[in-house]
Each structure stands twice: as structure tokens, then as C-alpha cells.
Design a protein around this ligand. Structure first.
Ligand code: ATP
Ligand code: MG
Length: 255
């Protein structure tokens, strides 16, 4: 097992409320891990801590970079992204008036720290465009590449968000409810996309999800959060039959 991301006693309090309660988790580079739990369990807050959007009350966060685990606990969001931890963009981060290809160019260029200046137009542009073609292919967007984003369906936009997050070639990619608001067909497509991407890329995928069919379908490992703490952690068949897990969901409409 190669740990790509690790937390140690990670904690977040909002006043008296403990949203993330001393969570120590190591994510294996070979696994797709799902983080599940009832509404308010702390899943999104956990992501916000990992990505530097929120400052932890206590604890540490480590991310693998260039072969070593490095501490990113206090790094701001842009530095975390630069270090290789990406998160699915919200729709608002897609430039609606630009085509899919142009959006990917912007993401790539921003990541490379390059400018649109003519002087930077060198042979590396070819490498950039080749990489973008590859991303389009991987995310099934080749045919729509020249279409403006404001003309895309909800499902297609979700694929663009995923492509944008992958444009920086992250070590770890965190998806927060990737199938939220999707119909069954779109859900199936996004699940198979994530599985394909996991096969094709070095990137490690971590997913939060309420849809148990998706969770069962996609996960090598499931972590259950309840009231901010890890309630269960292991292979899907063990976790999903764990009594404490079914109890945690009792009365919750999520399942
Ligand atoms: N900025 C904030 N200020 C105060 N309380 C917050 C804040 N963000 C989250 N919380 C609280 O922390 C707890 C965990 O919320 P969080 O959004 O992380 O849960 P979640 O597991 O993502 O839930 P859901 O499944 O509904 O998305 C909740 O009680 C929530 O009300
Ligand atoms: Mg959430």
C-alpha cells in the first residue's frame, strides 16, 4: 500500500459543534475510497479541511509529492491544488462563454503559471494541446470540445468539471457527491467515467456519495463518518453489513 494522503487526528470545531472529530485516515493510491455518512456527518467539512478552505482546529494533513509525504496542514487552497490535491470544481468555475477546450486551456495555463503572452507560445503549446486532447478523450468530451459551456447539459458540465480538475494532473482527486442532481442515466455515465479514469490515470479518487448503488458500484473501500468521527472503515461488503452503520442511518432519508 502506498499512502497518497493522510490525516492525523484532524479536527474541526464550529463553536461547541465538533464537525470533524479527530479523524486519522490514510488513503491508498490503489483504491477508490467512498466517504459516506448521514447528512451533517462532516464529509464536506473534511474536504474543506483537506483543501485548505477551512483551517483545522487541530491535527495534521500529509500529501504525497515527488515520492514523499509532505505536510500541507496550513497551506492555502491554491497551494494545496499546486501540491496535487484537486477537488471537483463547482459549475461556477466553468467559464460559460468559453468552449470546453478553451476552459481546459485556461486551467492548464493557470496551472503552468504561464501567460497568454505571445512570447510564451513555443513548442510547449503542442504538448499542452496534446494533453488537452487526451483529457477530452478520457472524459468523453472530444466531440463537444468546441461547444460553449452554456450550451451543455447538466451531465456534460459535470464531465467538464472533472476534466478541469484533472487538468492539473492531481495526485488525489476529491469528488463531493458527483452524482447529485443527476438522473439514473447520467449517474451511470458518471460512475463509469470515474472508474475508467481511475484505470487510466495515476490519480487516486475519493468520493462522497449518498446513493448506495453508486457507493457499492465504485468503492474498493468505504469510510463511514458519523457525527464527525470514523464509525467504520473497510471493504464494502463488511462495512455495509456492519450493524453500527445501519444504525447510524436509521431515521436518515439519505438511504
Ligand atoms: N461554516 C460552518 N459553520 C458552522 N457550522 C458548520 C459549517 N459548515 C458545516 N457546519 C456544520 O458541521 C456539520 C457537518 O457538516 P457537513 O456539511 O460537513 O456535513 P456533510 O456530511 O457534508 O453533510 P451532507 O451529506 O448533508 O452534505 C453540520 O452540523 C453542519 O451544520
Ligand atoms: Mg456535504
Amino acid at each position: 500500500m502506498t499512502t497518497v494522503l493522510e490525516t492525523e487526528d484532524l479536527r474541526k470545531q464550529f463553536g461547541d459543534l465538533v464537525a470533524v472529530d479527530d479523524v486519522s485516515l490514510a488513503f491508498d493510491g490503489d483504491d477508490i475510497t467512498s466517504i459516506i455518512g448521514p447528512n451533517g456527518a462532516g464529509k464536506t467539512t473534511f474536504y474543506n479541511l483537506l483543501t485548505g478552505v477551512l483551517e483545522p482546529t487541530a491535527g495534521e494533513i500529509w500529501l504525497r509529492k515527488d515520492g514523499d509525504l509532505r505536510e500541507i496542514t496550513d497551506a492555502p487552497p491554491h497551494e494545496v491544488a499546486r501540491s496535487g490535491l484537486s477537488r471537483s470544481y463547482q459549475v461556477t468555475n466553468v467559464f460559460e462563454k468559453l468552449t470546453i477546450r478553451e476552459n481546459l486551456q485556461v486551467a492548464r495555463i493557470a496551472h503552468d503559471g504561464r501567460t497568454l503572452d505571445v512570447r510564451s507560445r513555443s513548442a510547449t503549446d503542442e504538448a499542452l494541446n496534446a494533453r488537452i486532447d487526451e483529457l477530452l478523450e478520457l472524459t468523453g468530451l472530444t466531440e463537444q470540445a468546441e461547444i460553449r459551456c452554456d450550451a451543455l447539459s447538466h451531465g456534460e458540465k459535470r464531465s467538464v468539471e472533472i476534466a478541469l480538475a484533472l487538468a492539473i494532473e492531481p495526485t488525489v482527486f476529491l469528488l463531493d457527491e458527483p452524482t447529485a442532481g443527476m438522473n439514473p442515466t447520467e449517474t451511470r455515465e458518471i460512475v463509469s467515467l470515474i472508474r475508467d479514469l481511475d484505470e487510466e490515470l495515476e490519480t487516486t479518487f475519493v468520493v462522497t456519495e449518498h446513493d448506495m448503488d453508486v457507493v457499492t458500484d465504485i468503492s474498493d473501500r468505504i469510510v463511514v463518518l458519523a457525527e464527525g468521527a470514523v464509525l467504520a472503515d473497510g471493504e464494502p461488503r463488511d462495512v455495509l453489513t456492519d450493524e453500527r452503520v445501519t444504525e447510524a442511518y436509521l431515521g436518515s432519508e439519505a438511504v
